[in-house]
Write a protein that binds this ligand. Sequence first.
Ligand SMILES: *Cc1c(COP(=O)(O)O)cnc(C)c1O
Length: 372
Amino acid sequence: MLPYGRQSIDDADVEAVVAALGSDWLTTGPRVAEFEADLEKVAGAPCVTVTNGTTALHAAYAAAGVTSGDEVITTPMTFVATASGAAMLGAKVIFADVEEDTANLDPAAVEAALTERTKVIAAVDYAGVPADYDRLRKLGESSGALLVGDAAHSIGSTYKGRPVGTLADLTTFSFFPTKNFTTGEGGAVASTRPELIKRLKSFRTVGVVREGLRHADEGAWWYEVPEFGLNYRLPDVLCALGSAQLRRLGEFKARRAYLSARYDELLADVPGLRLPAQRPDTDPMRHLYPVRILDGRRREVFDRLRAAGIGVQVNYIPVYWHPVFEDLGYRRGMCPVAEAFYAEELSLPLFADLSDADQDRVVETLRGILGS
Ligand SMILES: *Cc1c(COP(=O)(O)O)cnc(C)c1O
């Protein structure tokens, strides 16, 4: 089965991991700081690595101070972790609808959902296209809410010339194998605000701090836990892979751009199909190639492509359709634009090592099914 996404591992990646395995450090050694410095060059802001994109969101919401009684406004067109990280801290998740073309959080819908309890507005850069951060930031500033960007799809993208990582108060990344680059499992949170970086660092290290101690004169071994945290540390071995992969980020971006442009061209005249949105202000690192299958044929097209060995995917099931939200009283129909998008969405294979020949097979099979 041709996958919809997968990693690209070369000899330099393997060598970097082998070198880390033979070193004195398997976890929390020099490669963590090195990888965080390498990430900062791409993200434009200091980064704290964590174990995955889900724990990056949990850590970001914890650093933002999200707690019970707070409201977090987010999009339903995302992986469940964007919402569940806030819900697990006791927040009430408010789903605001998305823009019709990008499927990114609609600032007008966010504005309508703001209350005095809104603690965080959490956007997602769907498919790698940055959300409308200038408008979202204004809403955050006027309401006192922090802005979180779930950039699991968009590390390497820019918005109005600014890198993803500098656009929100807290920006989260995922390094899962299908994402723009990988550490196996892995993630990070970027922030331009030093006090948030400090909170992220203690949260991912079980709440431990070694500065600003309450009882400072106990001895050199002393540390304190002023707030609860979890062990979300990313091991040195995986950070070694991350730094090696980051050296290829430009190459990955160029290949994804080439393949996306090729899909645009080869699929332009196929009937019953709508191609993904472009935004003039953004230079996206294209994570997904999400087409829309019209005329109610999405399920049929999904099944027939899978039967032909083409591993298409649906991104995403509207988050509040999951039983955990259903049981809390969330009902279908809340975000009609997102639901209409979901009903037609199909992600075609897109990854750096996808060959032109495999892409041609995807195009020809889809063209055969849609009848042109
Ligand atoms: C992948 C992803 C996550 C979660 O990242 P993991 O590393 O798989 O835990 C969160 N949000 C979005 C939008 C994602 O695509």
